[in-house]
Design a protein around this ligand. Structure first.
Ligand code: ADP
Length: 169
């Protein structure tokens, strides 16, 4: 059979990749919107051995799992190497990324074109909710380090983890 009926039997998967050090409400907004568009959404946490983050990979994964617990079709995994290989191994044809501002666009376009050239994987850009257009993990860490209030920018589990980590250091 051809056409929408045969296509409809396929599980539609997408991936939201990133460092998530830690996950913010901006990430969560994109993940939740992707989870409404796709049957299965993978959150892929990039392992970068050259760059030590505030949180270990396992801690980041744990925080994302807790923050996304309400979305039944979201799975969280670590990855290293090429994102296109992660996609190929799991039969994922689409990468979903949030675009905050024009400044994000140049680099994202290059990556999308490179990834498409490598394996044919598509990248879909979702415009950020304006509430979070200024928000990044690094800014959250910076503000929290100096005692600023980030309660409205991250999920409650992340706020707790940030307070613990930064108080201890
Ligand atoms: P990296 O900087 O390593 O790419 P991040 O973990 O900071 O990873 O972000 C991963 C992806 O999440 C970004 O490429 C972007 O698509 C999305 N993202 C990050 N912050 C926001 C935000 N405030 N609003 C919407 N999307 C965001």
């Amino acid at each position: 059979m051809t056409g929408p009926e045969s296509e409809g039997s396929q599980v539609r998967r997408a991936v939201c990749p990133g460092s998530f050090d830690p996950i913010t409400n901006g990430h969560l907004d994109i993940i939740s919107r992707a989870s409404r568009l796709y049957d299965e959404v993978y959150v892929a946490v990039m392992i970068n051995k050259a760059k030590k983050g505030l949180f270990e990979i396992e801690e980041r994964i744990d925080l994302i799992r807790q923050a996304t617990a309400e979305f039944e079709n979201v799975r969280v995994e670590a990855f290293h190497g090429l994102l296109v290989d992660f996609c190929k191994q799991r039969d994922i044809p689409a990468i979903v990324k949030g675009l905050r501002a024009v400044s994000d666009f140049d680099y994202e376009l290059q990556m999308a074109q490179m990834n498409n050239g490598l394996t044919g994987v598509e990248t879909l850009f979702v415009p950020t909710n304006p509430t979070y257009s200024f928000l990044s993990s690094s800014l959250v860490k910076e503000v929290a380090t100096w005692g600023g209030d980030v309660a409205h920018l991250v999920p409650p589990v992340v706020l707790e983890a940030l307070n613990k980590r930064l108080r201890k250091d």
